[in-house]
Write a protein that binds this ligand. Structure first.
Ligand SMILES: Cc1cc2nc3c(=O)[nH]c(=O)nc-3n(C[C@H](O)[C@H](O)[C@H](O)COP(=O)(O)OP(=O)(O)OC[C@H]3O[C@@H](n4cnc5c(N)ncnc54)[C@H](O)[C@@H]3O)c2cc1C
Length: 449
């Protein structure tokens, strides 16, 4: 039997692939619900993810999985409009003419930013087309130094710095330029007349998780069951210990796939991982009316949240019983931060007064409900040297033969952690168990592929 630790998308994908190839699998999930970070709330219509989710056009493995599970027709590609809030004004930032009319940049600022996004290095006045090909060349370059040199001081201060503040807080100085370049390349496709093309699953990504659970078989999945130990003998895995309602059981296993955050891997196997993670406090606010015209609003002004994401400007409100759903989210760098310390009512007050400051016409009477999710580990800090800290899929040499890792610290989750990355990581472990891939490809060597 192969044991899978964690019933998020990575663990379920690993179990699905292994079972398809004839292995007996058993998934152990500590919480009462499956789905991990992709778990959902019920609404008056379709369920909604507790944390905002969409796909980028470059993410193909998850689309193939949806097709295999009979959901291919329901993957929809929609326009997710982006805007930037600066000095009390929402600036749409999708179409070339919107970017050209952004009043906080000179023509030269726009030219330098445009060239960077087109992968053309114009420093020194001579265009170079291959500077950004090898991301590893930028692994040790601080993101701020890179952005100032490869665009302009003003673009850094009015654009990159507020975004980095929102995403990494005071850890932004640690982030590598390779991450930024990887992110620019990862973004996928734009419709020049409409904006960024993003994917969603009609009915929510919970449907994909449900279909995976059905394919794996509910009888092969134990919820409310925390794996507390992995046993080895003579350099190979032999079993795992799981605890449910205070009762402990041991299971013989031939292999085990750990599909959790790396701190759980360390507790179970002693394998150390130095990647730092940040947390998130994220609420879904249901409103009678729409707040803004855009899907994704980045904020350069003072606000208690990093971004406002109006989901129902991406997916129609009719799917949620006509309610307008807004995500309000903040990344947390330290448990000392006020928002992390606040209870749900206080978080609600913090968010609503923050929205009132940005949008004086916002009427809190239009709010139906607010539901808040928080998790202390939701995204890695992609700091300099990150790729050397990535956890290999095959931990045969480092821990014991038969131990594999498919969690968020794996190669598939760089330069951005995603549902697709979870599927890929699960499949990569399945391939290694079957001898279809080898450890030489485990490290997160950054490439432009
Ligand atoms: C705010 C936010 C926004 C995001 N936006 C997007 C997006 O737009 N697009 C996108 O594709 N992705 C997005 N993601 C990322 C995506 O949600 C994750 O990459 C993905 O869900 C990770 O899946 P996973 O299975 O690796 O981990 P998880 O979902 O964390 O699952 C791990 C599971 O392991 C369980 N577990 C832990 N310890 C044990 C144990 N000892 N025994 C048994 N079980 C255990 C946990 O309870 C959990 O269910 C976002 C995430 C967040 C937080």
């Amino acid at each position: 039997m192969i044991g899978v630790v964690g019933g998020g998308i990575a663990g379920l994908s690993a179990a699905y692939r292994l079972q398809q190839r004839g292995h007996e699998v058993r998934v152990f999930e500590a919480s009462d619900d499956l789905g991990g970070l992709a778990a959902v709330y019920e609404t008056a219509g379709d369920p909604i993810e507790k944390f905002y989710h969409h796909l980028s056009k470059s993410e193909e493995t998850i689309v193939e999985l949806a097709e295999e599970l009979g959901l291919g027709e329901d993957v929809e590609w929609r326009i997710g409009k982006n805007a930037y809030y600066v000095d009390g004004v929402v600036h749409p930032m999708d179409k070339p003419w919107e970017i050209l009319s952004f009043p906080h940049w000179s023509l030269y600022d726009k030219f330098r930013l445009g060239m960077l996004t087109l992968d053309i290095d114009v420093r020194g006045g001579v265009p170079s087309f291959d500077t950004y090909e090898r991301l590893e060349d930028f692994e040790d370059v601080p993101v701020e130094q890179f952005a100032r040199e490869h665009t302009t001081q003003n673009v850094y201060e009015t654009f990159f710095e507020p975004l980095l503040d929102a995403k990494f807080g005071d850890r932004k100085d640690d982030v590598s330029a390779a991450w930024l370049l990887g992110r620019i390349k990862f973004r996928g496709e734009r419709d020049i007349l409409k904006g960024e093309v993003l994917g969603y699953l009609d009915g929510g990504f919970g449907r994909l998780l449900d279909a995976l659970v059905e394919a794996v078989g509910r009888e092969n999945i134990e919820t409310g069951t925390r794996v507390t130990d992995i046993d080895t003998a003579d350099g190979a895995v032999t079993g795992l210990t799981a605890e449910r309602d205070g009762e402990t059981t041991t299971h013989d296993v031939d292999s085990v796939v750990v599909a959790t955050m790396p701190n759980v891997l360390e507790d179970l196997t002693g394998y150390p991982c130095d990647i730092d993670f940040q947390g998130t406090v994220c609420s879904v606010v249901s409103m009678d009316e729409s707040l803004m015209d855009t899907y994704w609003l980045n904020i350069a002004d003072e606000a208690p949240f990093g971004a406002l994401i109006e989901h129902t400007n991406f997916v129609p409100a009719e799917r949620y019983g006509g309610e307008h759903l807004l995500y309000v989210a903040r990344y947390i760098q330290s448990p000392e931060e006020d928002v992390w310390q606040q209870d749900d009512d206080e978080v609600r007050e913090t968010w609503l007064s923050g929205i009132e400051n940005l949008f004086p016409e916002f009427d809190r009477e239009s709010v139906n409900w607010v539901r808040t999710a928080r998790n202390p580990r939701t995204a890695p800090i992609y700091e300099r040297g990150y790729v050397d800290m990535v956890v290999p899929y095959d931990l045969g040499d480092a821990v014991a033969e038969g131990v594999y890792y498919a969690g968020m610290a794996s190669k598939a989750q760089y330069p951005e952690r995603s549902l697709n990355g979870g599927v890929v990581a699960g499949y990569e472990c399945a391939d290694r168990i079957d001898g279809r891939a080898d450890a030489a490809t485990d490290r997160a060597t950054p490439t432009t592929d």
